[in-house]
Design a protein around this ligand. Structure first.
Ligand SMILES: C[S@@+](CC[C@H](N)C(=O)[O-])C[C@H]1O[C@@H](n2cnc3c(N)ncnc32)[C@H](O)[C@@H]1O
Length: 327
């Protein structure tokens, strides 16, 4: 039996002032304005086009939060902010925080969404707000660069010649998989706006000869093929059940006989109450996407079996599911 939550932690869970202070500072790009030097509040206000007295209150709070330091009346970035919150830093992580900031208004409508079941989000972020979509992709690229090569090895794809990375984003997985398996070629299928970023990443990886980019809407356009392997990473939770079921049928038809479909997603346990992060992510998806949902592994497996896949199995708990097109 888990320990009951103490009252102090309930207050902590309900407290978001510091969250919004940090997100606003990132949105204002305050840390880049400070850069590597110390400035007074009026100086920073002038640089940013902000109100000096209002800004000083924000700066003081950020000092108390240990993101900034203050010496006399001058403010400077603490080393963590210089390293991760200044835009020009190669280890900038503001993309994720900007994403949270951009979703703030939708979260503000959570009560209404819970009452009506209807999300305030319209359309698909990758189509309606390419700049925000680019932030999502920057975050996913960062995660995928770390986890992609190990995932590729765990999947044991030796012998496979062609990979379809469906909704492959900036090509993070295609790049990781082609790096691990020298005989593999890949096709990144994605929306045209996204592929401009993929083009750059593939070029930087020196894999233009082995990774093709195919622009289109995967719900409407042909996917090409036949492929030995199809990967769908973080795709299902952006769409409704009917679209997913239809998409898996389409993927089945573009695979070679004996081909494998690998789905990587953030699945819920059947109880719906774990993994803990996914339970909160499911609410995020509810309020920030028009049709999206977090699914259970069983739901994904059912769509795969309906599409004709055999040997459907959960390879990694609540994370990776695989099915094979019979030979
Ligand atoms: C959450 S991202 C996942 C990116 C990548 N697979 C990964 O794991 O890092 C979803 C991707 O699906 C693409 N996408 C969404 N709807 C699409 C559609 N209808 N047709 C093609 N691509 C789509 C988006 O542009 C985006 O790159």
């Amino acid at each position: 039996m888990p320990r009951e939550l103490p009252l102090a932690e309930i207050f902590q869970l309900g407290y978001y002032w510091e969250t919004k202070i940090l997100l606003t500072a990132v949105k204002l790009d305050l840390f880049s304005s400070l850069g590597g030097k110390a400035h007074t509040a009026p100086e920073v206000a002038e640089r940013m086009g902000a109100h000096p007295r209002a800004l000083e209150l924000l700066l003081n709070a950020l000092v108390a939060m240990r993101v900034l330091v203050k010496d006399g009346d001058r403010f400077a970035n603490a080393s963590v902010a210089r390293t991760h919150l200044v835009r020009t830093s190669p280890t900038y992580v503001g993309h994720l925080l900007l994403l949270h900031e951009a979703e703030w208004d939708h979260w503000g409508k959570l009560e209404e969404t819970i009452r009506t079941g209807r999300s305030p989000a319209r359309g698909h972020v990758f189509e309606t707000d390419p700049e925000l979509g680019a932030n999502v992709l920057a975050v996913l690229d960062r995660i995928g660069q770390q986890s992609g090569p190990a995932l590729a090895r765990r999947l044991e794809l030796t012998g496979a010649r062609s990979l379809l990375d469906l909704g492959g984003g900036v090509g993070t997985h295609a790049i990781a998989f082609c790096t691990v398996y020298p005989e593999l070629t890949a096709t990144v299928f994605d929306l045209p706006e996204t592929l401009t970023r993929a083009e750059q990443a593939v070029k930087e990886a020196g894999l233009e000869a082995r990774i093709a980019l195919r622009a289109g809407d995967f719900n409407r356009d042909p996917l090409g093929g036949p492929y030995d392997v199809a990967l769908m990473s973080d795709i299902l939770h952006y769409q409704g059940p009917d679209a997913n079921s239809a998409l898996l049928t389409k993927v089945y038809s573009c695979l070679a006989q004996g081909g494998r479909l690998i789905i990587k997603d953030r699945f819920l346990e059947p109880s719906g109450t774990s993994p803990a992060w996914v339970t909160a992510f499911a609410v995020h998806i509810l309020v920030n996407t028009e049709q999206g949902r977090c699914y259970t592994v069983a739901e994904a497996m059912r769509w795969m079996e309906q599409a004709g896949f055999k040997s459907v199995e959960e390879l990694e708990r609540t994370a990776v599911v695989q099915g094979v097109k019979p030979s």
